[in-house]
Design a protein around this ligand. Sequence first.
Ligand SMILES: *[C@@H]1O[C@H](CO)[C@@H](O)[C@H](O)[C@H]1NC(C)=O
Ligand SMILES: *[C@@H]1O[C@H](CO)[C@@H](O)[C@H](O)[C@H]1NC(C)=O
Ligand SMILES: *[C@@H]1O[C@H](CO)[C@@H](O)[C@H](O)[C@H]1NC(C)=O
Length: 234
Amino acid sequence: MGDPLQLLVLIVCVMVSSTVGTSQTRHIATIKGDIIVGALFSVHHSPGQKQAQTRTCGDVREAYGIQRVEAAFQAIDEINKNKTLLPNSTLGIEIRDSCWYSPIALEQSIEFIRDTISASSKKAKNDMDSAITSVNPNCPKPELKNIVGVIGPGSSTVTIQVQNLLQLFSIPQIGYSATSTDLSERSFYKYFLRVVPSDLFQAQVLVDIVKWHNWTYISTVHTDVIPSSPTPSR
Ligand SMILES: *[C@@H]1O[C@H](CO)[C@@H](O)[C@H](O)[C@H]1NC(C)=O
Ligand SMILES: *[C@@H]1O[C@H](CO)[C@@H](O)[C@H](O)[C@H]1NC(C)=O
Ligand SMILES: *[C@@H]1O[C@H](CO)[C@@H](O)[C@H](O)[C@H]1NC(C)=O
């Protein structure tokens, strides 16, 4: 099992055959282009405890999910309208739902990886197709898509898991809201960077505010809920 391609094909095939058991189909939002960016947004809440087994997501998240999809579409349109930013190529995007839940984010990341591998070279595409045929002839053959990197997902815990997968295939990942200090560890998360400051700065700012106001006593509220764990049904 040393060959990552064989392993990936196996995972993808198991996934494809097991989607029969899940009641929910995953929707993808795309804009076609010469260069495609992958994005993981949490358009639904994480599965409730009963739905975790079938990876069925919770309710729609409007501000956190739908608005981000719309904002991403707007950004892509603005970039493509501008003749100087990316001359002679169009930027596209493929947005998938991570549901704020690691197993679903990983499942969706495998889809990105599959597309990237198959687009990277004709030989890889042929290897992939024959590997698929040998593992399971009923597995659908992937279409070519040039995914250059992945944006997201939102939560740090899920981001770490997705990064562990993406870095095996040298796919760059950019975080928009994962602030955990763990992700600053360059040697572990080689293909990750983020556009938000790490929590280290947030803690420092809190201390600065307390000192600036000469406060001598503060209370904090803490929760030990792991951000990406299944939440009870809403
Ligand atoms: C295109 O992008 C450049 C660089 O950001 C900017 O200076 C320019 O104003 C933009 N052009 C238009 C028409 O928006
Ligand atoms: C874009 O296409 C035009 C016309 O074919 C060409 O003159 C120009 O050099 C191209 N620009 C880039 C950056 O490839
Ligand atoms: C905090 O204490 C310092 C030193 O006593 C004083 O100069 C400053 O004005 C105080 N800041 C506030 C916000 O009260």
